[in-house]
Write a protein that binds this ligand. Sequence first.
Ligand code: ZN
Ligand code: ZN
Length: 278
Amino acid sequence: MEHQIPLDPDGRAAHDAHDGTQEVSVDLAYKRLAIVNVIYYGRPGDPNWVLVDAGLMQTAGAIRSAAAERFGEGNPPSAIVMTHGHFDHVGALEELAEAWNVPVYAHPLEHPFLNGTTSYPPPDPSVGGGLVARMSGLFPRSPVDVSRFLRPLPEDGSVPFMPGWQWVFTPGHTPGHVSLWRESDRTIVAGDAFITTTQESLYAVTVQKPAMHGPPMYFTPDWAGAAESVRKLAALEPEIVVTGHGQAMRGADMRQALHTLADDFERIAIPEQGRYVL
Ligand SMILES: [Zn+2]
Ligand SMILES: [Zn+2]
């Protein structure tokens, strides 16, 4: 049985650009591409900007046109930063890295999934009960290969080209998953460490019903790590969260929901049975 915490729609952070890009603060925006978000760091028109995650296959064009809209034509990013290498976050990565010729930063433990070496473990279609979970057996999981562009995130915790940001190691959903944190306005870019929609259900994914939710169940092999990562992020007391799936949220209700998820993770987020539950 699945528990979620619906949130007041007023808790959402967003301001809609006409191409569907949602701005959450002056220098942070995200665009939803079907089932997943890509994140744009940088003020509009800024020559230095960073793409966080790279969406689904076939979305390179949409990612680039939203980038051109925000930062201007012919203005490639300084880098691409990856929260993790799942297919729905790397779909356009090879194409974009080639086209822009920019470094791709990821945690060293995520590199095998980004340099063509290692496939992720198979997804678990039995959890979550929804159509997306059942279809997850069909999701691609073979690694992309961007070795030419791949760099480790700096050991000092900084994020290249994103001054004021730190990466936070949040494994569990994948071995080298990271989230990004900026203390000055208490913003977390969470990747899939937690998400704000019920990704297992096609209905919730389509209507983007706001909820605070653990990482996508069908793709999370290490639940103990995932729980610890959510607790680490909740302890930061964020004001704004931007996740890989679902809408950005802000404020006290979001924080409360995140703490509830962290405090009661085993009951709320972990499937009762499934391939990766011990
Ligand atoms: Zn993922
Ligand atoms: Zn994802």
